[in-house]
Design a binder for this molecule. Structure first.
Ligand code: SF4
Length: 225
């Protein structure tokens, strides 16, 4: 089966349908609270989740810290409400923008969705897969496929490769499907989450400013980190 023809949402549903999945431990890389909102609501009915906020692509420290504190606030709110069948834990990632800037040297002008983004996904998934394997998690995955501009084929391909390298199972996803993106917007409003208007690296800012001028940024990318 080619990458183009794979239906990652269906593959995820097949895994979730197995009674063996219930209560397994999932290490979830999270880009931001808005994208996590739907993914946590959905997957916490099946897994005991540890959220790993790790985003060296967010080069502005205040932005990095603010997105992290929103992630924590969301998890605390979900836990306090008893919204999840299984508990959610949190692991903060290190602020290390130099790692990202070194990795994308020469790709600064690549368009969003291109080679720079593939390197960016790889950095984050590499770190997540390594930690998940070291701690003996059953699965690992990322919230990144919620973003309407994020290519599910690329993310799933990189996720599988990193999982293979560290010998931890990558949970396939295309969370934007089945109204996942729409639900993330609803939940972001409901929990009054900070919804950034750009992806994360400063190279992504001009495009976002153009979107904002066109009046489309709010609904196109509420938390697309
Ligand atoms: S646009 Fe987003 S995904 Fe692409 S390199 Fe920048 S932060 Fe990473």
């Amino acid at each position: 089966m080619t990458e183009q023809k794979r239906n990652y949402q269906r593959e995820l549903e097949e895994i979730l349908a197995s009674p063996d999945t219930l209560g397994k431990r999932l290490f979830l890389h999270a880009c931001c609270a808005p994208c996590s909102s739907y993914v946590l609501e959905y997957l916490s009915q099946y897994f005991e989740i540890t959220v790993f906020y790790y985003n060296p692509n967010i080069t502005v420290e205040n932005e990095f810290m603010h997105r992290m504190s929103e992630e924590r606030r969301l998890i605390e709110a979900y836990m306090a409400e008893g919204k999840c069948k299984y508990p959610i834990h949190f692991v903060p990632g290190t602020y290390e923008p130099g790692l990202f800037l070194d990795a994308v040297k020469g790709l600064e002008d690549a368009p969003e969705g291109g080679d720079r983004c593939a390197v960016c996904f790889g950095l984050r998934l590499h770190a997540a897969a390594k930690l998940a394997a070291d701690a003996g998690f059953d699965y690992y995955t990322t919230t990144l496929t919620v973003g309407p501009r994020k290519n599910a084929e690329t993310i799933n391909r990189i996720g599988r490769a990193q999982g293979k390298q560290f010998q931890v199972e990558f949970l396939p996803s295309d969370f934007k499907k089945k109204n996942g993106f729409k639900r993330s917007v609803e939940l972001s409003h409901q929990y009054d989450l900070y919804r950034q208007n750009y992806c994360g690296c400063h190279f992504s800012r001009p495009a976002e400013e153009e979107d904002a001028k066109a009046g489309s940024a709010e609904d196109a990318k509420p938390g697309d980190g």
